[in-house]
Design a binder for this molecule. Structure first.
Ligand code: HXC
Length: 260
């Protein structure tokens, strides 16, 4: 299956991992509408491709993304923003069923931080800086920043980040629970690829449902969440991969998962 590169995205596909690099370095990967639309289209096309089992999203050494493109929004009126509905594209990211690993070096600010948080796992290089600086340009986060950040790091830190606009370092992001790991800059992509390949080796249906169940925890109460988890758990007993996984364990061999 062919996956289209675009002006601002570099793409490859190896070892079951669909790999996307944000590439608009002259403006620190500022996310214009076309870039977001292309990115979302690509994520959906990876999601439909049976040969891809995990997705890796990265940027450049200086920036993962320094936010939405300010120039594109500067003169817009409320009504124009309402009609443009830029968040319709962003919202499609949460329906991607395959796990997405974000590998972040340099700035992940505003929409860049929100994009990383819309992924499932975040690996940060030692140079990464996460922040929601929208307050400094007269607005506030709009692509999930007040919601996902607060769920990830708690009210105290989220409030400080959103109200002061001051970014936090990779180490602070690790302590706060925003990222999974901090990695030396030169090792970031290698480690992110290893993690994505590891995910790609897992049984795809279980991987997809497990992702859904973890995301559900942020949305519903415990009783509903546990009920949802149990239903997905039972469902997995209808897959060949469950039979294969358990049989391989008994036979002391590696399982061969086919996504069925
Ligand atoms: C458009 C941007 C940009 C952005 C950087 N650039 N961020 N252009 N939108 N978000 C451009 C600069 O204008 C400049 O272009 C070039 O990238 C290099 O940036 P510099 O500022 O010269 O680099 P530096 O001094 O190293 O400072 C880096 C920085 C700063 C601290 C990241 O660029 C910055 O504060 N950027 C804005 C961050 C921000 O406010 N993000 C939130 C956006 S709102 P030229 O042509 O001058 O060389 C948002 C809402 C999300 O994300 C809602 C989703 C729709």
């Amino acid at each position: 299956m062919a996956h289209l590169e675009s002006d601002f995205l570099k793409v490859s596909n190896e070892k079951g991992v669909g790999w996307i690099r944000l590439h608009r370095p002259e403006v620190l990967n500022a996310l214009n509408r076309q870039m977001v639309a292309d990115l979302v289209g690509l994520l959906e096309s990876f999601d439909r491709d049976e040969n891809i089992r995990a997705i890796l999203l990265t940027g450049g050494p200086k920036a993962f993304a320094a936010g939405a493109d300010i120039g594109e929004m500067a003169q817009a009126t409320s009504v124009e923003m309402l009609h443009l509905d830029p968040f319709a594209d962003w919202d499609r990211i949460r329906h991607i069923s395959k796990p997405i690993v974000a590998a972040v070096s340099g700035y992940a600010l505003g929409g860049g931080c929100e994009l990383a948080m819309a992924c499932d796992l975040i690996l940060a290089s030692e140079s990464a800086k996460f922040g929601q600086p929208e307050i400094n340009i007269g607005v506030m986060p709009g692509a999930g920043g007040t919601q996902r950040l607060t769920r990830a790091v708690g009210k105290a830190r989220a409030m400080e980040m959103v109200l002061t606009g001051k970014p936090i370092t990779a180490q602070e992001a690790l302590q706060a629970g925003l990222v999974n790991r901090v990695i030396p800059v030169e090792k970031l992509e290698e480690e992110a690829m290893k993690l994505a390949e590891e995910l790609a080796s897992k049984p795809p249906v279980a991987l997809r449902l497990a992702k859904q169940a973890v995301l559900k925890a942020a949305e519903v109460g415990l009783e509903e969440g546990l009920d949802y988890e149990q239903k997905l758990f039972y469902f997995l007993f209808s897959t060949e991969d469950q039979k294969e996984g358990m049989q391989a364990f008994s036979e002391k061999r590696r399982p061969l998962f086919r996504g069925r």
